[in-house]
Write a protein that binds this ligand. Sequence first.
Ligand SMILES: CC(=O)SCCNC(=O)CCNC(=O)[C@H](O)C(C)(C)COP(=O)(O)OP(=O)(O)OC[C@H]1O[C@@H](n2cnc3c(N)ncnc32)[C@H](O)[C@@H]1OP(=O)(O)O
Ligand SMILES: N[C@@H](CCO)C(=O)O
Length: 385
Amino acid sequence: MTIAASRPLSTARDTTTREERDAGARHGVQRTAVVGPLELEAGGKLPDVTLAYETWGTLAPDAGNAVLIQHALTGSAHVAQGDTDEEGWWDGLVGPGRAIDTDRFFVVAVNIIGGCNGSTGPSSPAPDGKPWGSRFPFITLRDAAVAEARLADQLGISQWFAVVGGSMGGARALEWAAGFPERVRKCAVIAIGAHSTAEQIALAQAQTLAIRQDPAFRDGDYYDGPAPEAGLALARRIAHISYRSEAELEARFSRKPQEGESPLNASALAERGRYQVESYLDHQGTKLVRRFDANSYIALTEALMSHDVGRGRGGVEAALADSPVEFFVAAVESDRLYLPRQSEALAAALPGDVTVHRIASEIGHDGFLTEADQLGALLGRTLFA
Ligand SMILES: CC(=O)SCCNC(=O)CCNC(=O)[C@H](O)C(C)(C)COP(=O)(O)OP(=O)(O)OC[C@H]1O[C@@H](n2cnc3c(N)ncnc32)[C@H](O)[C@@H]1OP(=O)(O)O
Ligand SMILES: N[C@@H](CCO)C(=O)O
């Protein structure tokens, strides 16, 4: 088998301490690995990349049971609860006896480069010891796959049994399949198309501008002062509307006022009470601000804007037409951000007759998270049968 190693293994080193290594033997506990310098697709360079990752289950002697799970925009490597107290974001799908059965598979999840959950990102120290901030280079999802391939080398995994992801995680999975076809047996691409569309880029730009125009942003060098929380919260509101369907928002909130507030009764504009849906979006914004870095939000949103599996490969069809990978494609029926027809177009570009599985949900894009049981049933009778 050809291993498309991204750089010599000798430059990659695992820097986990003894204690971290012992902790890493427990499932769902974060570990880190240094995978060396990374020349980036768009021309920049990261001198020494750290990846945070978690694992569940046991790697088979032939390393043939390894599954890589890729998180979405604001996700982390904590896919499943494992031996920890913290719930995972795909607990319904990953765990003992689940569709991705950790009694059978060795599951790995990696925090993407550019993120803020343990891997090298804008809030990490640059070589001068100060946070990267505005100096953090532009990264693409392809760069992320290259870095992750080095981690796979360190873990002794020459080929994944499967790479699975939803939303931005699906785009990352697709990048793995296109960039390292010999290293991926099966690939599940959920709630994402082959490339970002004009509307997805437009919505993303509104989000990044919301952050950039917050006075606290200071061109991204805000780590010695207040964070651009208002901008990040506004970005999340814009995004969250696109993650939920019109029908779900209407059924849940309609025109109801938030309890104790009156949207029509105010003596001044600034005092107007909120509709329930406004309060809900405020809450989603506040929650994200507590757990996510604004620069990472921009870096990853712009990486997702650049998503195009056909870039530099002669287009989407040429990138995938002769792929040896077995693909699974799924779309959420009510997704208004990553439309099911975009998943259909992806499937049409893949070799063979690839069915687009429909996740029945009224919720919208976030259905790939909320309908984990349904997705598990679909994966359990296809890729993971
Ligand atoms: C694949 C990935 O990597 S993604 C990683 C994980 N991502 C996330 O966790 C993203 C953030 N979370 C989400 O997007 C969603 O919570 C999901 C998709 C995970 C789950 O969706 P749902 O269960 O439908 O939750 P929903 O979006 O409705 O949010 C419920 C919250 O809104 C709050 N809420 C509901 N109505 C109102 C209101 N009128 N005013 C204020 N808050 C409200 C609830 O109290 C609840 O708060 P809590 O989350 O702090 O407990
Ligand atoms: N709720 C998901 C949606 C993006 O796919 C996230 O925040 O990552």
